[in-house]
Design a protein. Structure first.
Length: 369
């Protein structure tokens, strides 16, 4: 999606006008550059009882130039960035390329930059699909474009905020892509390979992968035991952003659980919904996506990330209930249920994070029963 900001110039193929509750006449600039008949139709829509501007309410006005969507966002004083973002996302989900791909959001009276940017961010985040393995025809209509229109004094600030939202969305979409990948395509070593490829040509990024042999050398048996039953062996991936900055300062460390498929191991799960167990690596996907977002937005501070990657599978080599594991910290774990694997892999990852002298640690994980 291409995103731009401007004054009230174009109408696009689809014009969205977010409206506060109680607005019974067309706000300033709502009809700018519309022809006379479209302007009359829009003013009539505002004056009618069919649209009040309540949150979630919408009314479409069809003109020769474009489709105009009046979208209610509720009371002005009750509007938050979350409501703006959610409303923008829901609006985008309802659009069809049959009416064209050029979207214009026309922000009229009463909007501040923070809420305008959040509304656009919702649309940007919602512009996502994962269909790389589906056979599909070429999209002849092309990608969406989004133009955010506001008064001149807000344009520079809105442009910066919307571009930042777009850059952050690249990280969100990357995390979604990783989570949606099937487990036979994205396994621990493949995750490490993609991280290394991502880091290429990025001067302020370092990625290091500790393979199975290195994990054994370091004594990371919390991670090893969970993943050793799979043909795809475990690994640990280290992300470092701006590694040369603030070398004498404590910096955050973000740790992610990365079970690329969780069958439960010997304590195997039921078959219902097991296809979704590929999502048990979304803690690590979030770490990867976070580093993409931080890099894209030009974050200048130093930050570390660790992802603990394994596939929890039953086999003759898998760990068992009753086993005792020696972890990286030197402490031991008695295994009562092999489906409680998250705490085992994170035991090694979090202890390693503590050795990096962090200012704080955040760990991302999904617990699936």
């Amino acid at each position: 999606m291409k995103v731009t900001t401007s004054g009230f110039l174009e109408t696009g193929n689809i014009m969205v006008i977010p409206v506060f509750e109680g607005c019974n006449k067309a706000p300033n600039n709502a009809t700018t550059n519309l022809n006379r008949s479209a302007s009359i139709a829009l003013k009539s829509a505002f004056a009618s009882d069919s649209f009040t501007g309540k949150l979630g309410e919408s009314l479409s006005v069809w003109t020769k130039e474009c489709q105009i969507i009046l979208l209610g966002v509720g009371e002005k004083n009750d509007l938050t960035t979350k409501k703006s973002r959610d409303t923008g996302a829901k609006c985008f989900a309802s659009l069809s390329k049959n009416h064209g791909t050029k979207i214009v959001i026309r922000y009229t009276t009463g909007w501040n930059v923070k809420n305008m940017a959040a509304f656009a961010e919702g649309m940007i985040l919602r512009d996502y699909s994962f269909d790389k393995y589906q056979k599909k025809e070429d999209d002849k209509k092309g990608p969406w474009s989004l133009m955010c229109q506001t008064i001149e004094r807000h344009q520079d600030a809105l442009n910066s905020a919307v571009n930042r939202a777009y850059e952050i969305a690249t990280g969100v979409h990357l995390a979604r892509d990783l989570g949606n990948e099937p487990a036979n395509k994205l396994y621990p070593e493949e995750f490490g390979k993609r991280a290394l490829e991502w880091s290429k040509d990025k001067q302020n990024v370092e990625v290091e992968v500790w393979n199975y042999a290195r994990l054994k050398k370091e004594g990371m048996y919390g991670l090893i035991e969970v993943g050793k039953g799979s043909i795809h062996k475990p690994c640990m991936v280290f992300f470092r952003l701006n590694p040369s900055a603030n070398k004498d300062s404590e910096v955050p460390c973000i740790v992610g659980k990365g079970i690329t498929f969780d069958s439960g191991g010997i304590s195997i799960k039921g078959s219902a919904g097991m296809d979704e167990m590929k999502l048990d690596m979304h803690g690590s996907a979030t770490v990867f996506g976070l580093f993409q977002a931080l890099h894209a937005t030009g974050y200048e501070g130093r930050i570390n990330g660790i992802t603990c990657m394994a596939e929890n599978m039953p086999s003759a080599e898998a760990y068992r209930p009753g086993d005792v594991i020696n972890t990286y910290s030197g402490k031991t774990i008695e295994v009562l249920n092999t489906d409680a694997e998250g705490r085992n892999v994170l035991a090694d990852g979090l202890w390693k994070a503590s050795e990096l002298k962090p200012s704080y640690i955040i760990d991302y994980k999904i617990f699936i029963i």
